[in-house]
Design a protein around this ligand. Structure first.
Ligand code: DC
Length: 226
């Protein structure tokens, strides 16, 4: 069984996806982390200068990038880039600023989509991203599209960045980055962010994480019984 969770940035997709995967004993795959790891490579190689990305250099380098996930000691999900754990390094504002640009590259999307589809072979999984229900798994048994009010999303994301020790960033910067990423994700030509026709909408603005999880779990149980 495949559960596809798509939606705007910081709507709580990964929180729901992780809890669903744990409750159902499915694998969890965070596809945003895959695009973030590639963005981190571009930054580290010096291919991002003043917001400009050297796309040709990055595409040429793609065969040398190995993306993977491992479980940590507490069962946490760890993004692995060429064998290095980069979970914290991919969740910075520096990566946030360039990741939509990176994720609009068709050659990269083709490679990552193929890897994501291989992950689903022979496994039940919960996968979150932007194009999971539309492109990666158009036949997913359950598709959820998550939304939430922009101010609420920005407030939550700011708290996460502050908890990680990033005190430099303002609420306004986080909010405008979220809105810019949403606009770029919706506007890109290759597999833009859009709700699949058969996706169920889950609005996370005024519900607790527990309530949102319960709704999603009920939907998953319905599909398992069907
Ligand atoms: O979910 P996230 O914020 O970690 O995703 C990071 C970026 O990657 C986001 O701006 C859009 C892009 N992305 C994508 O284009 N397709 C996906 N399946 C997942 C993420």
């Amino acid at each position: 069984m495949i559960i596809a969770i798509d939606g705007f940035s910081s709507t709580g997709k990964s929180t729901v996806a992780k809890r669903l995967a744990a409750a159902l004993n499915f694998i969890y795959v965070d596809t945003g982390a895959m695009y973030r790891m590639v963005a981190l490579v571009a930054i580290r190689q010096g291919w991002v200068q003043d917001g400009y990305l050297d796309e040709a250099a990055l595409v040429h380098h793609l065969p040398k990038i190995a993306l993977d996930f491992q479980r940590g000691a507490q069962g946490e999900n760890m993004a692995m880039l060429n064998g290095e754990e980069v979970e914290a390094a991919i969740r910075t504002m520096e990566v946030n600023r360039i990741v939509s640009r990176v994720s609009s590259i068709p050659a990269l999307r083709r490679q990552l989509v193929a890897q994501q589809q291989r992950m689903g072979r022979g496994h039940s999984l919960v996968m979150d991203g932007r194009d999971i229900g539309t492109v990666v798994f158009p036949d997913a048994e359950l598709k959820i599209f998550m939304t939430a009010d922009a101010d609420i999303r920005a407030g939550r994301r700011l708290s996460e960045l502050r908890a990680k020790g990033d005190a430099s960033v303002s609420l306004e910067e986080v909010r405008s980055n979220l809105l810019q990423r949403d606009a770029a994700d919706q506007a890109r030509l290759d597999s833009p962010l859009l709700k699949a026709d058969d996706a169920r909408v889950l609005d996370n603005s005024h519900r607790s994480a527990d309530e949102v999880f319960q709704v999603a779990l009920d939907w998953a149980h319905e599909k398992q019984k069907a």
